[in-house]
Design a protein around this ligand. Structure first.
Ligand code: FES
Length: 215
């Protein structure tokens, strides 16, 4: 069987099926092979069904590189959309809180108790400025009173007064706050308790505002 010339200067026979060139790369008749798979679908599924008809798990865990990269891009986009959504919701929540604070306007003036109702070292619970905010009024001495929102600034467990050790104590994670100032002194809390501003008229004690502090 005559082989094509090994002389590189010899002219190339352009006929695909010219004698002696069968089977060489690029010389096979075009109808020798079946139609090629799409470039992204190299592996054929065992049931020969098209990719769209395959179960979800097979589409999520493809063998072919192009499809695998496609899934990675899809997962990345999903992650980006979810993260952006969460950020947008967070911003909306902050905006709503600001709006609510402005809407609420000035803090109400609310009578808490008469000084005669509370002994030195004792505490009285009340809610201020609305029903959702539990607070405690504590009598430190004959003439000294302090009040704080009861929500721990760590994860909002209720703090309880421990006058003997000079602190407000949070049983959830052993957090402690200074009894007079509400400043964090031990445990995980980093921000002071929200202080309730007090006023005294005659023998009555009033809550007249709140002071949320960061330091
Ligand atoms: S909730 Fe108070 S210390 Fe964690």
């Amino acid at each position: 069987m005559p082989y094509p010339s090994s002389d590189p200067r010899a002219p190339i026979d352009p006929a695909i099926s010219s004698p002696g060139r069968e089977g060489l790369t690029g010389t096979a008749p075009a109808n020798l092979y079946g139609p090629a798979s799409p470039s992204e679908q190299i592996t054929v599924a065992p049931d020969f069904a098209p990719a769209e008809a395959q179960p979800a798990w097979r589409q999520d865990f493809p063998i072919d590189w192009p499809q695998d990269l496609y899934v990675e891009r899809r997962e990345f986009m999903k992650f980006m959309v979810l993260t952006s959504g969460a950020l947008a919701i967070g911003q909306l929540w902050i905006a709503l809180q600001n709006w609510y604070r402005d809407y609420r306007g000035l803090a109400p003036v609310q009578r808490i108790a008469s000084v005669d109702e509370i002994a030195v070292g004792a505490a009285l619970s009340f809610r201020y400025p609305d029903e959702h905010e539990p607070c405690l009024l504590l009598r430190l001495s004959e003439s000294e009173f302090v009040a704080f929102n009861q929500k721990c600034t760590h994860l909002s467990c209720a703090v309880i007064p421990r006058p003997a050790e000079g602190s407000w104590y949070c049983p959830c994670h052993e957090g402690r706050f200074d009894l007079r100032t509400g400043a964090p002194t031990a445990g995980p809390p980093r921000r002071p308790l929200t202080r309730i501003l007090l006023d005294r008229k005659g023998r009555d004690i009033y809550a007249v505002g709140e002071e949320a502090r960061t330091l």
